[in-house]
Design a protein around this ligand. Sequence first.
Ligand code: G6P
Length: 585
Amino acid sequence: MCGIIGYVGAKNATPILFDSLKRLEYRGYDSYGFATLDGEKIWVRKSKGKVSEAGFEKLPGSVGIAHTRWATHGKVTKANAHPHLDCTKRIAVIHNGIIENFEKLKSDLVKKGHVFRSDTDSEIIAHLIEDSIELGLPEAVMRTMKILKGRSAVLVIKNDFDGIVAARNGSPLILGVGRDEYFIASDVPAFLNRTKDVMYLDDGEMVVLERDRKPVFRNIGTGTRIEKRIIKIDWDAKHAEKGNYRHFMIKEIMEQKETIIRAINQNDGEIKKVAAAINKAYGVFLIGCGTAGNVCHTGEYIFSSIAKKHVNHVVASEFPGYRDFLTKKTLLIMVSQSGETADVLEAVRVAREKGAKVISLVNVRGSTLHRMSDFTFHINAGPEKAVASTKATTAQLAILYLLAYACAGRIEEGKRLLLEVASKINDMLNPRYDERIRALACSMQRKKNIYIIGRSLNYPMAMESAIKIMEVSYIHAHGFAGGEMKHGPIALIEKNTPCIVLTGDGSDQDTVNNAMEIKARGGYIIGVGPKKYEVFDFWLKTPDVGLASPMVNIIPVQLLAYHLGDLRGCDIDTPRNLAKSVTVK
Ligand code: G6P
C-alpha cells in the first residue's frame, strides 16, 4: 500500500525523491519520510500528513530512499513514518508490505538488547540487518528477507555503502535505468518522467545498486546471480499528469472517450483462443477486489446473457474458501487494475496449488499478476492515478463483453456493440451533461444517505455506484438488487431520501416497480437509463446500448460522485483511509 522510491546517481537525491514521492502518493498518504547518504552520514527527515515541501530542507547526498505510508501496524505518527533506523543509526530502511511474524521477531530482538523507536512491523528489518551486518550489507539484507514472513519490498542504505540494496517478496519493485543513475520504486509512474527503461524484480529477488556499477540481481533463496533485460515502457509520462484538470478523477472519467476503443483493440486470435479455453474449462471464476470485484460480478451476468455460460464471480479475499472446488480444469479470470492487489495474488497462489489456469485483465504491464498469469489482456487505459477507479472499470467491462461474445462465436457483433458504446460515451461526456450532473450534486450534497438499485446487469453496477459515491464524497451510499429493497432496506427510506435507479438492461419493468415502491415511501427517484419513466423525479439520460447498459450507466454516477466530493470539499484523488493499490490482505 505504501509507495517507495530510491535514487542512486550524480544529482542531489532530495528533489528527485520528492517529485517521485508525490507521484506515488496515491499508494498511501498518511505520513512520509526520507533518508539520504552523504559521505558516511545518513540524514533522515519524516513528517505526518501528505507529502509537502513546506518546511523541508534539501538534504545532502546523491543516494537516498523515501517512503509515503499507509498505516498497517502502528498509528499515524512521525515516529512510525519510514525510514526506520537500526540501533547504531547507520542503517536506514523503508518497507512496503506487512510482516506476519513480526511479534515473535520483535520480542527476540528486544531480548537481544535492540531498542525500538516505533510501533511498526517494518522497524524490525533495520534491526535484523544490524544483527548480521558483519556479512556485508547485501548478504545481511538477503538473510533478513529469508526470515520475514508476509509480503515485503525493502530499500536499504548504510552509512559506508555507496548505493542501495533492494529486495522484494510479495510487494512490487521496479528498477528504472537512467543515464548514470538508477531509480527503484513501487510503481513506474514514480520515475516515468526521467526514464522509460525498466527492469522488473520478481518475488524472491534482490538487486544491489552501486554508483557507477551495473545493477546486480540475485535470487534471495540461493544467492545466485540473475541476468535481466531492459524493457521499454510505452506509457507516456504526460498521461500520468493532471494536465488542465483539477483532479485526476475527472481527467480519467473524461478519458473514457478514448480508453474503451484502446481496450477493445485486442488481437482477435488471442480473444478467440481465450474464449475457447473458457468454453472448455470446468469451472470458470471471475475474481477481483473493490471496483474490479464489481466488474467481475457484472461479468457473471455478461457471460450468462451473451455466452449462456455460467461463470462464478468471487471477491478475491473470499476465494480461498473455494479451494476444494478447484482442479486442473478450472480457469480463473483475474481482473485487477494494478495487478498488485494482495488478495488477488493470493487467489492465484491458491489456484496454482490445484493446477488451475489463470487469465488476467490488468492495466499495469509487468505487474505481479501479469507475470503470474498464463495469459494477460492489457486493458490499455493508461495510468490511473485517482484512488477511485473509473476508466479502468469501463475498459475491463469492455474486454469481458468481447470475451463473452467470442465465447458465443459472435465476436464481430461484440466489437460493433462496443464501438457504438465508445462513440456514445464520447457524446455523453460533454460540458452540458456534466453541468446538469453538477446541479444535481448541488441539490444532494447535504444528504446523509443515498441508495442505488438495479437488476440483472445493473445490480453489480448499483454496488459500484455506491462505492464511487462513498469513497469520493464520504456520503453513506448502498447499492441493492432492486428486488431486495422490500426485504429490509426499504425501511430506511424517508421523505426525500435520494435513490438512484439504474435501468436500460431489459429488466426495466420490475426495476421501475421497485422505484415506485420507494417513491410511495417518500423517496426521491433519480432515474438513469435511456427511457424516461414517470416515476423519475430527475432523469439522467444514457444511450440505449442494450446489454452493454452497465458501461454507459456508470458514467453519470462517476460524475455525480466526483461533483459531490468536490462540492463537499473532499480530498477527491486521495480519499481518507484509502489507497489505490491494496498490497496487504
Ligand atoms: C483499491 C482501490 C480501488 C480498486 C481496488 C482493487 O480498493 O481503491 O479503486 O478497485 O483496490 O484494485 P485493483 O488494482 O486490483 O483493480
